[in-house]
Design a binder for this molecule. Structure first.
Ligand SMILES: [Zn+2]
Length: 65
């Protein structure tokens, strides 16, 4: 039961990432929202787009989740 709830939450998170409100994910270190304005680099690798962003809270370069 617990694992099913976990998958559902991840799916909701993915849909939130795909929305156009400018929020791309959260910092893996401090869970602060990462927005489009924080993005440093956008890259393509194996037909997937990835980004590195400057976290506004902990000032680390992170890969938003
Ligand atoms: Zn952070």
């Amino acid at each position: 039961m617990h694992s099913v709830e976990s998958v559902g939450q991840q799916f909701e998170g993915f849909q939130k990432m795909a929305s156009s409100d400018g929020q791309l994910g959260v910092c893996p270190l401090c869970e602060t929202d990462i927005h489009a304005r924080d993005v440093l680099i956008e890259y393509r690798e194996d037909n997937e787009t990835g980004i590195w962003a400057d976290c506004p809270h902990c000032s680390e370069v992170v890969h938003p989740e």
